[in-house]
Design a protein around this ligand. Sequence first.
Ligand SMILES: Cc1cc2nc3c(=O)[nH]c(=O)nc-3n(C[C@H](O)[C@H](O)[C@H](O)COP(=O)(O)OP(=O)(O)OC[C@H]3O[C@@H](n4cnc5c(N)ncnc54)[C@H](O)[C@@H]3O)c2cc1C
Ligand code: FES
Length: 457
Amino acid sequence: MDETDGTSLRADVAVVGRGLTGTVTALLLAEGGADVVVVDARPASTTTTARSTGKVSLLQGTRLARVARHGDEVLSSYVAAGSAGAGWLRGTLRDLGVPVEDRDDLTVAGTRGDLASLDAVLEACARVRLGAEWEGDPPLPTPAVGAVRLRGQAQVQPRAALSALRTLLQERGVRVHDGVRVRQVRRVPSGVVLRTTGGTVRAGRVVLATGVPPGRYGGLFLRLEAQRSYLTVWELAPDAALPDGFGQTMSITAGEPVRSLRTAGDLLVVGGEGHVVGREPDTAGRVEALDAWTRRHFPVAARRRAWSAQDYATDTDLPLIGPALPGDDRVLVATGYAKWGLAHAAAAGIALSGRLLGEPADWAPALEPWARPPRPRASTARTVGRQVACWVRAASRPSGTAPSGSGTPVSRVCPHLGGVVGWNEFEQSWDCPVHGSRFGADGVLREGPATEDLAPA
Ligand SMILES: Cc1cc2nc3c(=O)[nH]c(=O)nc-3n(C[C@H](O)[C@H](O)[C@H](O)COP(=O)(O)OP(=O)(O)OC[C@H]3O[C@@H](n4cnc5c(N)ncnc54)[C@H](O)[C@@H]3O)c2cc1C
Ligand code: FES
């Protein structure tokens, strides 16, 4: 990380995280003339952005119906943010020569019991004049009794998109330091000091574009739930016949089981089987369930790839974009996209850069973390229950070795707040059921709010 004296960096703004949120924020800040440094702990391929399904949509399954519970003003702000983010992303990627494919997005009712959710989505769209349409016979080979269609959305190859934006970042002269993990965020009178694995970063302002903020910063981890989902990519059988119009759509079901579909050239992408991180004992079984469903409904040949990724949902069903602590602009955050972050991560970049450059977006205040009181709910209570149960178990200092025998013996006590990690067979990782930190078989930290590795056993 050596730039000045070998252990310390200085900048107007330090952006932590180089997924879509951090990349867009840093790009726009640099375009606005700010001196920006970006640090990231891990390679681009491991970001949630790169491992997403790549749908850039304002429809977002049933999310608009949940956002609508906050009233028309908040709903309008949420949609305006998504529209700004999606517009920026599509325009920038097209300028960079990255393919952006126009698709209609469908939210699908698999059974009659899901129709009420679709009504709520249609009503939310109508309230903000988003031209969604009811469709009685959607072009799908899967069970469907109706769908909401929003025309003119898009799909991208997320890894290619992120890679092109990262190249642009470097062309704009932004200093980028990979392999640097932030371990502590400390506010000082002149701004913020970051303690990292590569030394110290001093900045006037810091943007934590890390999914969940590192450590316990701002207590925001208490308002987030880490959710993991699986994606599979399939070759279609040579003589595969799919309903006319299927290839012009991307879709997700409104009810269970959640299934997300898109095409990628000649390939089919199928996602679903989401669960709270660390609370699924049979992760390999989740992929088997996805495989069985796909083979039942699609004329598929071989499965090419399968992976999982995680994103964070909030207590309010709104993203948290703005000051980590009320009234203090030194540390800004952007998280809580609930698996719909491509449009809204770009929006977060616009909001946070605009805020720091003195050009605030008018829709941004409604999405600030403290714009409304935290709203603890049943999932919050379940997390607290897990935490307490883990503390009881942690008293016996549990340890373990990866069942595959590939790792070293590690303490199973999560260094974040004492959760007891469990083995994730599919990802070959130790996952914490409390706030979603994940560690390799060797105990090395991969993601989540923890800032240290698992201790050796
Ligand atoms: C399976 C799945 C499918 C999805 N599909 C879609 C979709 O089709 N459409 C859509 O809109 N959204 C989708 N999403 C959601 C979307 O991908 C995310 O909301 C979005 O990519 C989040 O971007 P981000 O930049 O905030 O986080 P990330 O892309 O995860 O980037 C965060 C970065 O922060 C770094 N970091 C973390 N902690 C530290 C630290 N302490 N120090 C230094 N660096 C750190 C990480 O290494 C990482 O590079 C999906 C999510 C999942 C899980
Ligand atoms: S992630 Fe918080 S206790 Fe493990």
